[in-house]
Design a binder for this molecule. Structure first.
Ligand code: U5P
Length: 120
């Protein structure tokens, strides 16, 4: 079954950014199963290497951010998908926003990311 780290990667890792056409978020949110049972409201995909994301859990790539969170020392290219309209019933339609941001994540005791909190 899927570990918390594997779930993090499914929800939040896409590198390099997949070329799926104009509606990146609509395609990716469905492809990664984030349209079930309801459309997820907000979800961020990180276009960075696994090694660079894992490094945020260490002193070389991140620092403590309180509340057991870690903030990256360097920005990542990310795409944030935001549900359009008021209904969370599929089919899910998203707006896409690609930007360079400092990700805030939680890591497990093995130094692997397990939660995406926000990007700043
Ligand atoms: N989330 C993102 N990107 C954001 C904010 C939230 O992907 O910029 C996702 C995370 O997976 C988080 C979930 O666990 O939304 C719920 O966020 P929240 O409602 O607890 O803030």
């Amino acid at each position: 079954c899927e570990t918390p780290y594997e779930k993090f990667l499914r929800q939040h890792h896409n590198n390099p950014k997949s070329s799926v056409g104009k509606q990146y978020c609509d395609v990716m949110m469905k492809r990664r199963g984030l349209d079930k049972p309801a459309c997820k409201e907000v979800n961020t995909f990180i276009h960075g290497t696994k090694n660079n994301i894992i490094a945020v859990c260490t002193a070389s790539g991140g620092k403590d951010y309180g509340n057991r969170l870690r903030v990256a020392l360097r920005p990542f290219t990310v795409t944030t998908c935001r549900l359009k309209g008021g209904s969370t019933r599929p089919p899910c339609k998203y707006s896409d926003n690609k930007s360079s941001r400092y990700i805030v994540i939680a890591c497990n005791r093995n130094g692997k990311p397990v939660h995406f909190d926000e990007s700043i």
